[in-house]
Design a protein around this ligand. Structure first.
Ligand SMILES: C[S@@+](CC[C@H](N)C(=O)[O-])C[C@H]1O[C@@H](n2cnc3c(N)ncnc32)[C@H](O)[C@@H]1O
Length: 248
């Protein structure tokens, strides 16, 4: 059982969400960061789906991730797109930089990978410490409704001769800790033969809108804006799938 994005998981992430794939988030974050002149950090930077467009927009970017496989993809994607970034293998609760950042951006619901609230608070405080005064933290979360559907799911990708499959099955829901856990089964097939299997227990924590606002205040952020579904203006709380927090 792997706990971070392993070899097959990373390969599938790159097939499913390559540089250039946006959920509306890439354009939204680029717009929110337009007036930011200093360096930008992307924790959990993955394959560079967001980091490469940030660098292409002229930002000086740093990124960290706990998965060496994801970092290798990120490095290759930076080279392929002719951009530079400072990349390192670090974790949410231990990351450290000599410099301060003008902005920190955490897209794709990665904040919800912090399933322990103590770790989540530690990440928020660490982010505040890593920012210049008046620096911005931008992050997004899926709204709670998204966690209610837990039918098993199977997807596949063809990559040349290779068939890659992913089966997801919810194995636990902790309503008190607000954490769901799924078993992910990644497989690589070639010539009708199963080549390799990778198993992962994948957990995510859901947050209420006001709960996360209070957590950001507790971590020392004061000016907090909340957006829905990567749209400017007031959140439509009846229909929003994603909430975006901008905290200064
Ligand atoms: C959903 S992907 C997001 C990738 C990228 N930010 C994007 O927007 O496409 C989540 C990433 O978080 C990384 N990750 C998981 N746990 C982590 C941790 N504790 N510290 C740092 N990165 C972590 C994974 O390796 C993976 O690359």
């Amino acid at each position: 059982m792997s706990k971070t994005y392993g070899k097959l998981a990373s390969r599938i992430y790159e097939l499913d969400k390559p540089v250039g794939r946006s959920f509306g988030d890439v354009e939204f974050y680029l717009e929110r960061l337009k007036s930011v002149a200093g360096p930008v950090l992307e924790p959990a930077t993955g394959n560079g789906r967001m980091l490469v467009p940030l660098a292409q927009a002229g930002h000086s970017v740093s990124g960290f991730d706990l998965s060496p496989e994801m970092l290798a993809l990120c490095k290759a994607n930076c080279a392929q797109h002719g951009v530079e970034a400072e990349l390192s293998e670090q974790g949410f609760t231990t990351f450290r930089y000599a410099q301060k950042f003008a902005a920190i951006v955490l897209p794709a619901g990665s904040f919800q990978l912090l399933t322990d609230v103590v770790d989540a608070m530690s990440f928020l405080r660490r982010s505040k410490e890593a920012l210049v005064p008046n620096g911005k933290l931008l992050l997004d979360i899926s709204v709670t409704g998204g966690f209610m559907d837990h039918a098993p799911r199977a997807r596949h990708w063809q990559d040349g001769e290779d068939l890659l499959t992913l089966q997801e099955m919810r194995t636990a829901t902790d309503y008190v800790k607000q954490v769901v856990t799924s078993q992910l089964r990644y497989e690589l097939w070639r010539d009708t033969q199963l080549v390799t299997t990778e198993m992962e227990l994948f957990s995510l924590r859901w947050w209420g809108m006001f709960e996360l606002e209070l957590a950001l205040r507790e971590a020392g952020f004061t000016q907090i804006k909340i957006f829905g579904d990567y749209q400017s203006g007031a959140v439509n709380t009846a229909s929003a799938d994603t909430l975006i927090f901008e905290a200064q």
